[in-house]
Design a protein around this ligand. Structure first.
Ligand SMILES: *Cc1c(COP(=O)(O)O)cnc(C)c1O
Length: 360
C-alpha cells in the first residue's frame, strides 16, 4: 500500500486506521452477512452508529446533551447557508454576518433571501487577507444571531477565538476547523460543518444546535425537510449512512488520540513548522496577516507563477500532492487538518528547503 502526503483542502485525507477498519468490516458488518450500507437506517446496527456518533461528538466538545442536539444532515455546508436563515430570519428580523471570505459571502447571499442582513465587518477590500479584532465589529441593534466563518479555507485565515457579541448567539460555519481545537460553546446557538474537511467523507453535514436557540425559530411555514425541528424530533428520512458510519470512527479516533486538547497542540505544531519556513526569507510569501493565519490551511505564494507551477510539479513528483491554491486565488495551499501527519508536514518543509536552495 502506498499513501501520498495529501494536502487536499477537501475532501481531505482521513486517518488510515479508519479506512482500514471500514475496509475490513465492509462486506460483513459484525457477523450480519451484509454491509452497513445494505441495511435499514432503522436497524439496530445503524441506530447504534447514529447514536454513538452523536454521543461521541458531544463528549469531544464537552457539550451537555440536555442543552445540545446533534443532527447529521445532507446538502453540505452550502445547504446550511440557506437552512439557518430559513429557520431564523424573516423580513422583519436582522442577522449579522461577518464577511471574511468566499464562503461567508455565499452565506450572506442566501440569508438575504429571507430577511435583513447587516455586515458588521468585511475584509473583501483587502482580498480577505485578515479576520477582524473585536474592536472592528459594529453589530446591528438586536440581531437574531451573528454568523461567522471560523476558518476561511480558501484564503487561509482563521479566527483565533470567537468574536465577542455581547451575548448574541453565534452561528458558525466551522467546516474547515471543526474539532481541530476547543470552542467556547456557551457563545454559540448553532455550529455546522461539512464533514469532508476534518471529520469524515463528503455526504454529511454535522449540525450542533442549542435547544434554547431553536426557540428563536420563527413560526412561518418552513418546508418539512428544511425545518431543524423535524430532524430534532426524529430520524426523519434516510440519513447518509455510510458517511455517518465513517464519521463515527473518525470521532472514535479523535477520542483515542486525546481529544481536542491533543489536536489543538498537534495542529499548532504543524502550522508553526510551516509558517516558520515561510518567514525565513522572502522566497515564500504568506498571503495573510500574521495575526489571522490559519492553522488548517497554510497559503503562500512564490515570486512568479512559473516558479509556483514548478514548485507544485516537483512537489507532486515527491508524493506531496494537492497543494495548488484555490482556483480563485492561485498560489500554494497546504491543508493540514487533524488527519494530516507530522511526517507529511516535515516532508513538505524538507521539500520547501530543497526547492529554495535550487531556485534562489
Ligand atoms: C468547503 C466549505 C464549504 C462548502 O461545503 P459543501 O459541503 O461543499 O457545501 C463551506 N464553508 C467552508 C468554510 C468550507 O470550507
Amino acid at each position: 500500500m502506498k499513501r501520498v502526503h495529501n494536502f487536499s483542502a477537501g475532501p481531505a485525507t482521513l486517518p488510515v486506521e479508519v479506512l482500514q477498519k471500514v475496509q475490513k468490516e465492509l462486506p460483513d458488518y459484525r457477523g450480519k452477512g451484509a454491509s452497513i450500507i445494505e441495511m435499514s437506517h432503522r436497524s439496530p446496527e445503524y441506530t447504534e452508529i447514529n447514536d454513538q456518533a452523536a454521543e461521541r461528538l458531544l463528549k469531544i466538545l464537552g457539550a451537555d446533551s440536555d442543552q445540545w442536539e446533534v443532527l447529521f444532515l445532507q446538502g453540505g455546508a452550502s445547504a446550511q447557508f440557506m437552512m439557518t436563515p430559513h429557520n431564523f430570519l424573516t423580513a422583519t428580523r436582522t442577522a449579522d454576518y461577518i464577511d471574511t471570505g468566499a464562503w461567508s459571502a455565499k452565506a450572506i447571499k442566501e440569508a438575504k433571501l429571507f430577511g435583513n442582513v447587516h455586515v458588521p465587518y468585511s475584509s473583501k477590500e483587502q482580498q480577505y487577507n485578515r479576520v477582524p479584532d473585536n474592536s472592528e465589529l459594529s453589530f446591528s441593534d438586536e440581531p437574531v444571531y451573528v454568523h461567522f466563518t471560523s476558518n476561511n479555507t480558501i484564503f487561509g485565515t482563521q479566527f483565533s477565538s470567537e468574536p465577542e457579541t455581547g451575548g448574541i448567539p453565534l452561528v458558525c460555519d466551522a467546516s474547515s476547523d471543526f474539532l481541530s481545537r476547543p470552542v467556547d460553546l456557551d457563545k454559540y446557538g448553532l455550529i455546522y460543518a461539512g464533514a469532508q474537511k476534518n471529520v469524515g467523507p463528503a455526504g454529511v453535514t454535522v449540525v450542533l444546535i442549542r435547544k434554547d436557540f431553536v426557540g428563536k425559530q420563527h413560526s412561518e411555514a418552513i418546508p418539512t425537510i428544511l425545518n431543524y425541528k423535524t430532524h430534532i424530533q426524529k430520524l426523519f428520512n434516510t440519513p447518509p449512512v455510510f458517511a455517518v458510519y465513517m464519521v463515527n470512527y473518525v470521532l472514535e479516533w479523535i477520542l483515542e488520540k486525546g481529544g481536542l486538547s491533543y489536536f489543538s497542540s498537534f495542529n499548532e505544531k504543524k502550522a508553526d513548522l510551516l509558517y516558520d519556513e515561510l518567514d525565513k526569507d522572502d522566497f515564500y510569501r504568506g498571503t495573510v496577516e500574521k495575526e489571522s493565519r490559519s492553522k488548517m490551511n497554510v497559503t503562500f505564494r512564490l515570486h512568479t507563477e512559473d516558479l509556483e507551477a514548478a514548485f507544485l510539479k516537483e512537489a507532486a513528483q515527491n508524493d506531496l500532492v494537492n497543494l495548488k491554491g484555490h482556483r480563485s486565488v492561485g498560489g500554494v495551499r497546504a491543508s493540514i487538518y487533524n488527519a494530516c501527519s507530522m511526517e507529511s508536514v516535515e516532508a513538505l518543509v524538507g521539500f520547501m528547503q530543497e526547492f529554495r536552495k535550487k531556485n534562489n
